[in-house]
Structure formats: structure tokens, C-alpha cells
Ligand binder design. Structure first.
Ligand SMILES: [Zn+2]
Ligand SMILES: [Zn+2]
Length: 612
């Protein structure tokens, strides 16, 4: 096979090479081969995910070759590329540990230094089975037996793997390799099968990319909210209540600042606060549809085994809010009715999926439900959008917006959906909010607007949501008396802005790396008396700052000033004021979180803080 390179030179590839092989071997542009366009990947296009995929897949083969040389008797299973790297599963005769990775990595690098070329051959199923059986590779034999389509081999050095490709032509482009970890993995992902050892690694077209990737990993580790939660003394978890955080005083400060913001903005926007029960009889969940659709994710309580009465802990606030709406007759004149509750919810998430604050069983949702007339939908959705944008501007987190449209399993007529989707679309367009339409992504009960943020590590999180619901008001038989005296069904809008408070705080901790903006910081100012003689004045200063509404602590420990300053830095406190002989209200020595130092009077400082 001959391929024309971007510079018009030609390259001969081994017999049986595919277009992808050619692509893996040569340039980043398109080449013509027998009238077919071939996407070509090389080091010149190293950020192309396909190019990285090929490079990492090839490195996985090198890993298997290295492991087989170092551990006679090892059985090889599978080794695909994955996001950010690759893995290979092995059945080792003796268990290996993290410490062995260094040795394996050295062997892998030796192969790259020696240089490897990949050769492809097509083989019959019988031939493939015979060769793997002869090598005593039972996992490969099983893969051959269950593979669809044609079978091909890729060989580098003395190592042959069952593989569809594509691969690099040779190992030259692999400039940086790192084995990143070990894990147990069941053969074919089935826990009834044998547990194999999975070795994770990554590879890049150049060392600088690997360095940047490892730096990002380290940054993510440093910012891990579970680590910072302990370091900053915000919360902890205990096995006696999996998936339910214990909030410590400083974590509770963050919670309450957000709670105050929630209450203030809800009040300003015409919501009234309510509180509904935690547990409801099963029949409520039958009415709401949760018994049918969500039962597996709910906790249930039975007083005695076999009791008739079964209670379910609420996984959502909506049914309770419907009951508040239905508690008396409603006239069209009082609509919209906007109800808010930061309700405590319980969801029975599988224990394996729990992840710090980001995935909990004990969820506090900043819920709001708007019951309105059909022709109020557009305005009410618009108000929810303004509300969300206000909050996220305050947090300096730009929102990316998606409008999710009718799914296949929708309930309700096409005319209803047309009107509902138009109302949401208009609400977005009238506010000149950019959005992406997501056909088929709506809930079965109505269209919705989901909003996403990107955090400081470049990860995307879905946070505020505004959802229209035609079904629940009908299920609960909600009505209002219309102008023509008829009883009609109101529209219902579900909206949450933080989503789960627990998850939201977890995301904020990682986004800010624990360096909360001044208004959210658990301790905003620390006053640090230099010696015994300065304590009284330091306390007085602290109380003046507290009177101005700030959260202040005085560090009266006997440690040196240097040590106490370092600890304040570890606690990521925005301002530290060192108070010694020369300090007074007219002249304060102020140290900011990143070390900037200045001298200000108390009045100047208070003016500065008032702007934050
Ligand atoms: Zn392969
Ligand atoms: Zn709801």
C-alpha cells in the first residue's frame, strides 16, 4: 500500500495495512489513497485525541511485552486506551505492588529506546486460537472465541497481540511514558470472574505534555475537597452514616452564608418559604410516581416487620410542595404561587458510587416550585434564569446553557410540548442568553433548561436547572379557579440553583482550592498578637472588626509569629493582622493570603473590606 504524504512524497506500507495504519504512520493532514481520503495522524498534531489514542494504544502493547518479559508465567488479558491514558489487565502468578511499577516502567522505556515496529497480519480464527493456546494465554483464547469479524495480530519485537489496531508504525513518536497506578479488575468486568491486576499508564508525544498532565493531576489532588475538608476543618464522614457529611463549625459558616443568600434572593423574588415532612406514607409515592420510577433509590421505614404501613424518606421535595398548594382552593388571581424549601432529602445511592460531598445519600436541595397559569410560564422561567445568572455572577462562575427538548418517551401531546418548548426558548432569547438545543434530552414530563459551569480545573458541572412539568400537577389533582370559573390545572416549574448544597460546596472547595472569596471564607480575618502585652489590644481590634460584620479570630497561642503566620496561610485566611508594639488603629500591619503586605488604618481597612 502506497500513501501520498502532505509534502507529495510517497510512503510504502506493509501488505494488509489499512487506512488507519497509514494514518497512524504519517502526517496530520488528509492523504489520498485509491480515491479514499485518509485521516493522517502524527506528532505534528499531537493534541488530536485520535492521535493520542493510537499512541497510547501502542504503548499498552509495549507494557504487555515488558510485563511478560519480567514476569514469566503471567497471563495477559486486554489493554485498551482510555481517556487520559491506557491500561492493561494481567493475571500475575504472584501479586505485584505499586513498588513494582518502577521496574516495569524502566523495562517499557528500554523497549522505546531500543525501538519497536508494529506489523499487522490477518489470521484465521483457528490459527489465532492455536497460537494463543500454544502460548498458554487462556484470556486471549477466550477473546478469539468471542470476537466478531476478522481476526488480526499486531506484532512488535517478539510480542504478538490480538488487536484490530490502529497502531503507530514504530515506537519513535512515544516520547514520554508514565505508569500511574494499579487496581483490581474482574475479567470482563464480571465479579463472578477472576480478579485481575490492572496497570494504568499514560503516554504523550512529548515530555512537556506529560509534565503538564502530571501537574494537573497533582493540582487536582491538592484541591480534592475531601483533603481540603480535613485541612480546613470543614466536615468529615463517618462509616456509621455512609454518604452523610458531618459539618464542622467552619464548614457550617460556608453553608450558612449560602443559605442566607438563598433566603435573601428568594424573598426578593416573591418566593415564600415552607417546610414539609421528611417521611411520607407509601401511597404518596404511588401518587407522585416515585414508587414506580424511583423506588430503588429510596429509603423505606417499617415500624415492625410485616406492618401494613410503609413510610418512604423523601428523595425530592416536589410532592410535599404539591400538597401545600392543594391545602386550600386557589384562584387564578393569586398565581403564580412560588414555594421554596431547602429540604433534606435521602437517596439510596449504591455505596460504591459515594464520593465525598460530590455524591451523597443525604442531600439538601435548594428547591423552588412555581405553580402558574400556562401563559405565565415564559415570564416565570425567565425570572428563574435571571435568578440563576445573578447567583453565579456573584460567584464569578459563567453559566453555559442547554435547552433539553422532548424525549421519545414523553408524556403529553405534541401541541403541549410545542407551546412549552417555545416558552422556554423565548425566555432564553428575550434575555439574549446563548444556549444549545438538546433534542431528545428533556424529561418525560416536560422540557428543561440545564446550566453548567466550568471549574478552575476545566471540569464541567451541571448545576442550576429549570424544569417544566405537566404531569405532577395532574397526578396530584391540582387546580385553580380560572376567570371563567372553571377548575383548571396549573403548570408547575421545578427549579434548583445550587442543586445539592453538599455537592455545590464540594465543587466550590475544589474550584477555589480552599481559597474562598472573602465573603464566603469561614474566617475572614485573623488577628495575631506578637506577645503577651499585645493580646488585649488584639482582642479589642477583633471586636471592632466583628462589629463591622466580619468573621474574625484572634490567635493567642504561644507559638512564634512566623509559625502562626504559616498556619494562617495553610488555613487560607484572606487577611492576617500582626499586632505588635508599633500597631494601633491608625496603623495596622496587614498580610493578605498570598503574602502581599501593607500598612493601613482601621478605617481604610474597613472601607476596603466593605467593597469585597
Ligand atoms: Zn492493540
Ligand atoms: Zn421539584
Amino acid at each position: 500500500m502506497k500513501v501520498v504524504l502532505p509534502d507529495n512524497s510517497e510512503l510504502e506500507l506493509p501488505d494488509g495495512a489499512t487506512g488507519r495504519d497509514a494514518a497512524a504512520a504519517i502526517g496530520p493532514k488528509l492523504a489520498e489513497q485509491d480515491g479514499q481520503k485518509i485521516q493522517i495522524l502524527t506528532t505534528r498534531d499531537k493534541d488530536d485525541p485520535d492521535a493520542l489514542y493510537v499512541l497510547r494504544h501502542s504503548t499498552a502493547h509495549l507494557l504487555a511485552e515488558a510485563v511478560r518479559r519480567l514476569y514469566p508465567g503471567v497471563k495477559i488479558a486486554i489493554g485498551p486506551p482510555i481517556e487520559n491514558g491506557f491500561y492493561y489487565d494481567f493475571d500475575f502468578p504472584e501479586p505485584i505492588s505499586e513498588a513494582d511499577l518502577e521496574r516495569i516502567e524502566a523495562e517499557l522505556k528500554k523497549e522505546i529506546a531500543e525501538g519497536r515496529e508494529w506489523n499487522r497480519e490477518d489470521v484465521s480464527r483457528e490459527e489465532a486460537r492455536r497460537r494463543f493456546a500454544a502460548e498458554d494465554e487462556p484470556y486471549k483464547v477466550e477473546l478469539v472465541d468471542t470476537a466478531d469479524g476478522d481476526i488480526s495480530f499486531y506484532t512488535q519485537g517478539d510480542f504478538t497481540d490480538l488487536c484490530r489496531g490502529p497502531h503507530l508504525q514504530n515506537s519513535k513518536p512515544i516520547k514520554a511514558v508514565k505508569l500511574t497506578g494499579l487496581a483490581g479488575a474482574y475479567w470482563r468486568g464480571d465479579e463472578h470472574n477472576k480478579q485481575l491486576t490492572r496497570i494504568y499508564g499514560t503516554a504523550f508525544y512529548d515530555q512537556a505534555d506529560l509534565d503538564a498532565y502530571l501537574a494537573r493531576l497533582e493540582e487536582a489532588r491538592q484541591r480534592d475537597h475531601r483533603r481540603l475538608g480535613a485541612q480546613l476543618d470543614l466536615f468529615h464522614f463517618d462509616e456509621v452514616s455512609p454518604g452523610a457529611p458531618f459539618w464542622h463549625p467552619k464548614g457550617m459558616v460556608i453553608w450558612n452564608v449560602l443559605e442566607d443568600l438563598r433566603r435573601r434572593e428568594n424573598a426578593r423574588r416573591g418566593y415564600t418559604e415552607i417546610k414539609t415532612p421528611l417521611i411520607f406514607e407509601k401511597r404518596l409515592w404511588e401518587t407522585s410516581g416515585h414508587w414506580e420510577k424511583f423506588r430503588d433509590n429510596m429509603f423505606f421505614i417499617q415500624q415492625e416487620p410485616g406492618d401494613e404501613q410503609l413510610f418512604g424518606l423523601k428523595p425530592m421535595n416536589c410532592p410535599g410542595h404539591c400538597l401545600v398548594y392543594a391545602s386550600r382552593s386557589r384562584s387564578y388571581r393569586e398565581l403564580p404561587v412560588r414555594l421554596a424549601e431547602a429540604g433534606t432529602l435521602h437517596r439510596n445511592e449504591p455505596s460504591g458510587t459515594l464520593h465525598g460531598l460530590l455524591r451523597v445519600r443525604h442531600v439538601t436541595q435548594d428547591d423552588g416550585h412555581v405553580f402558574c397559569l400556562p401563559d405565565q410560564i415564559e415570564d416565570e422561567v425567565g425570572l428563574c434564569l435571571e435568578h440563576a445568572f445573578y447567583i453565579y455572577r456573584l460567584l464569578d462562575l459563567p453559566l453555559r446553557v442547554e435547552l433539553s427538548l422532548r424525549p421519545e418517551n414523553k408524556l403529553g401531546s405534541d401541541e403541549d410540548w410545542d407551546a412549552a418548548e417555545d416558552a422556554l426558548r423565548n425566555a432564553l432569547q428575550h434575555r439574549e442568553i446563548e444556549f444549545q438545543e438538546m433534542p431528545g434530552e428533556g424529561a418525560f414530563y416536560g422540557p428543561k433548561i440545564d446550566m453548567h459551569i466550568e471549574d478552575s480545573l476545566g471540569r464541567s458541572w451541571q448545576l442550576p436547572t429549570v424544569q417544566l412539568d405537566f404531569q405532577m400537577p395532574q397526578r396530584f389533582g391540582l387546580t385553580y379557579q380560572a376567570a371563567d370559573n372553571e377548575q383548571k390545572t396549573p403548570a408547575m416549574i421545578h427549579r434548583a440553583l445550587f442543586g445539592s448544597m453538599e455537592r455545590f460546596i464540594g465543587i466550590l472547595i475544589e474550584h477555589y482550592g480552599g481559597e474562598f472569596p472573602f465573603w464566603l471564607a469561614p474566617v475572614q480575618l485573623l488577628v495575631l498578637p506578637v506577645g503577651e502585652d499585645h493580646r488585649e489590644a488584639a482582642r479589642e481590634l477583633a471586636s471592632k472588626l466583628r462589629e463591622a460584620g466580619h468573621r474574625v479570630e484572634v490567635d493567642e497561642r504561644d507559638d512564634t509569629v512566623g509559625k502562626r503566620i504559616r498556619e494562617a496561610e495553610l488555613e487560607k485566611i484572606p487577611y492576617t493582622i500582626v499586632y505588635g508594639d508599633r500597631e494601633s488603629d491608625d496603623s495596622l500591619a496587614i498580610r493578605e493570603r498570598h503574602g502581599a503586605q501593607s500598612t493601613k488604618s482601621l478605617d481604610e481597612l474597613l472601607k476596603e473590606l466593605a467593597r469585597l
